[in-house]
Design a protein. Structure first.
Length: 239
């Protein structure tokens, strides 16, 4: 018997039964290939068991989600483990990564999403609440030249937020990475921006907060990258 899984904000329908997860998504093949490639590089991405036209079956990861409640005394260690796996991801050989998520790909996709009415305007970040799609596009175009000039291409996850990372609650080591359909070559600050936002969210993840977000950025060597992070947070609104 499959049970529904409601944690997460991807919009995909997810089910579980002992030992396996089934995710229904139009990106099933893309995500299966991305997870498998990341595993081949030595990262603890979820193991793909089977894939269909619109579904993906993965082996269950035995761990606790980074977005789940953690003892207060473990939170700094969790943040440090997140920074460590981020660095490990970003030093993978970008030149051999088969997935392109650079701005030359994602910005046209963002424009298309706006034109086709696929931007979720009801779920924008607080500072952009009430914006319409044309305003989002104008802001994106205004900031794009500086972002292109500073694009530091590495291997990225693309949806690098707390619910997509699992840790061993005893060792506080990362043991699972999921939801990798947007993985590929992209600017390093894509992942940093989304994790920074996830850690800072008083609504979604109040146990962390701004101080631990700064700790994460410092350990990733990016605590002075506010402008770059802001651009990628804006870009993420389109997806």
């Amino acid at each position: 018997m499959w049970e529904p899984v409601t944690l997460g904000m991807s919009g995909a329908r997810v089910q579980r039964r002992p030992g396996v997860y089934r995710k229904f998504t139009q990106d099933a093949d893309v995500e299966a290939r991305a997870l498998s490639w990341l595993r081949l590089q030595g990262l603890p991405a979820a193991e793909v068991l089977d894939v269909g036209a619109d579904w993906l079956l993965t082996r269950e990861v035995q761990g606790r989600g980074a977005a789940d409640p953690w003892p207060a005394g473990d939170l700094d260690r969790v943040v440090d483990a997140l920074a460590e796996v981020t660095r490990a991801l970003h030093v993978l050989p970008a030149e051999s990564c088969p997935f392109d998520r650079t701005l030359s790909v994602t910005v046209p996709e963002a424009r298309a999403a706006a034109e086709e009415g696929r931007v979720d305007l009801a779920n924008l970040d607080p500072e952009r609440q009430g914006w319409d799609a044309p305003r989002l596009v104008r802001e994106l175009e205004w900031l794009l030249p500086a972002a292109q000039a500073a694009e530091d291409v590495v291997v990225t996850h693309g949806d690098w937020c707390l619910p997509n990372i699992l840790l061993d609650p005893q060792t506080i080591e990362v043991v699972g990475i999921v939801d990798a359909a947007r993985a590929g070559r992209a600017g390093r600050c894509m992942d940093l921006a989304l994790m920074n936002r996830s850690l800072r969210s008083a609504h979604l993840n109040p146990q962390y907060g701004p101080a631990r977000a700064e700790r994460y950025l410092a350990r990733c060597g990016a605590n002075d990258a506010a402008d770059k992070l802001a651009f990628y947070e804006l870009l993420d609104e389109f997806f």
